[in-house]
Design a protein. Sequence first.
Length: 255
Amino acid sequence: MLPKDRRPGFGRLMEAQAVTMAAIQVLSPLGGGATAMALLTRRVGMSAAAVLSVLTLDQMMGGVAKLIIIGAATLWAPAPTAMRGAGLGLLAIVLGLLATITLAARYGRHGAGEAARGRWRRRALDFASAFASQLAGLRSPARFCAVVALYLARRSMEAAAALCVQQACGVAASGEAALLAVAALSLSTVIPGPPGNLGVYEAAVALAYGLCGVAPGLAVAMALLQHAAFLASAILPGCAALAWRWTRPTAPISS
């Protein structure tokens, strides 16, 4: 999602992403965003405007992927009526955000602060112009589609994990149940919840499996197992990155 001439090394981004994912689970989505801002500006060397643009695109393109998943669930899985209504609400939010930052990407890149009077106003307009100049992902349809495809690929890994959990718990593997579980999770994470989405994650997944005919006790057990696997995959890479940095504070990061 970054312009080609302003991309830091892959290793630096990987380290920042791993620690950010761990912070999101241990702290909260807001704490994870603050962690990403600090890491990407101080360790990676990106500007605040560039980081903010990436985080904005992350939310918007993640929302597009969630809409696709929810739409698929309403077509091929036993999605409840409430999920359809919530999906329409998410659609309105994503379309509004898309329209706003698309206008910013197209018309806000031309040194808006040069003619402004007042130091603070000029700085604010310069920041807005720098933010708009970083929205390269919206100025290339091919790149936009590629990023959304990557988000869908990540969600497909969650569906694969759900299928593995079904097998481990002695339930016949069901693609519809896995799809519905991922769609329920997509909706449950729209509004920031408690650290690690504790309770929210289990409720969403257990509800999805319950709609597919799984007994309530077994559905909760499957939800707990699936959440434990997700937390391990989200937190352990960040812990490994922090341990590496702790033991080798001056080691160069591969680019």
